[in-house]
Design a protein around this ligand. Structure first.
Ligand code: DHB
Ligand code: FE
Length: 281
């Protein structure tokens, strides 16, 4: 039987992809950011997950104003790195897991989550930067990846409560897949950031840390946080944090934190990173 063994949350700042690609991770500016991922890189080597369900958002790379899927699942064989204006990142193609992905798609749709199914797309920094943070620069990514794309760019975006419930349904879907697989779920994006307008550069250390606190233990208070609170307290792009709730929902009633990292500044945002394990209460 397949099992979700852990959840990982991480910001997905494109500048960190550039730092990896250009060998700058040990520069003064980047070293404290990457140091917070050392623990996770070692842990991932021991965990050897077979598949990562990688919850992320596309930033007008695969989708644009023509098509805006609220929740989309990648059922393809492979995904190439998207060209975001400076050429594609020099990272390996991402290998999918079509059997598990189609199984999850079917289970979610029968559970009344109307997923968009994607067989072909390129994946941008939202997906490739977290892979680089966790695995560095391998010849080939050591896991298969099921991309799960969430619209957090164009309103209306889904509620945090709906995201949490989707995570719960993903856990049920994985648990009913017959093959023995070690599956992780990652929630990416965040933390507080606003990239444009008069409040560009807004950060909120206290709110970000309270949000991380709410993902640990038994509380499910975070599912009730309204869009307006994310925007007011954490900036327009802070809404990306609703994607962390899909990861949290998939871990069940109670979690334990194995690792936590927070650092300001990183580009226009704060780096937040959590490794969580499901805990039976
Ligand atoms: C930045 C952060 C993001 O999440 C993103 O998608 C693009 C840019 C930034 O802080 O630079
Ligand atoms: Fe983003």
């Amino acid at each position: 039987m397949a099992r979700i063994t852990a959840g990982v949350a991480s910001s997905h700042v494109p500048l960190l992809g550039v730092a990896v690609d250009q060998g700058k991770t040990q520069d003064d500016y980047f070293a404290p950011i990457f140091a917070g991922y050392d623990w996770t890189r070692k842990w991932e080597e021991e965990q050897k997950p077979n598949v990562v369900i990688l919850v992320y958002n596309d930033h007008a790379s695969a989708f644009d104003m023509k098509i805006i899927p609220t929740f989309a699942i990648g059922c393809g064989e492979t995904y190439a790195s998207a060209d975001e204006g400076f050429g594609p990142r020099p990272v390996p193609d991402v290998e999918g897991h079509p059997d598990l992905a189609w199984h999850i798609a079917q289970s979610l749709i029968l559970d009344e989550f109307d997923m968009t199914i994607i067989n072909e797309m390129d994946v941008d920094h939202g997906l490739t930067v977290p892979l680089s943070m966790m695995f560095g620069q391998p010849e080939k990514w050591p896991v298969k990846v099921i991309p799960l794309a969430v619209n957090v760019v164009t309103y209306p975006v889904p509620t945090g409560n709906r995201c949490w419930a989707l995570g719960e349904a993903i856990a049920d879907a994985v648990a009913s897949f017959p093959e023995d697989l070690n599956v992780q779920i990652w929630g990416t994006g965040g933390m507080s950031h606003q990239l444009q307008g008069p409040r560009a550069g807004l950060l909120n250390r206290e709110w970000d840390n309270r949000f991380m606190d709410l993902l640990i233990g038994e509380t499910d208070e975070a599912r009730e946080i309204e869009h307006i609170e994310y925007i007011r307290e954490t900036g327009t792009e802070g809404i990306e944090m609703i994607m962390w709730l899909i990861m949290r929902g998939a871990l069940g009633k109670k979690t334990r934190a194995l690792h936590r990292h927070y650092h300001i500044p990183c580009s226009n945002t704060a780096i937040g990173h959590l490794v969580l394990e499901p805990e039976s209460s």
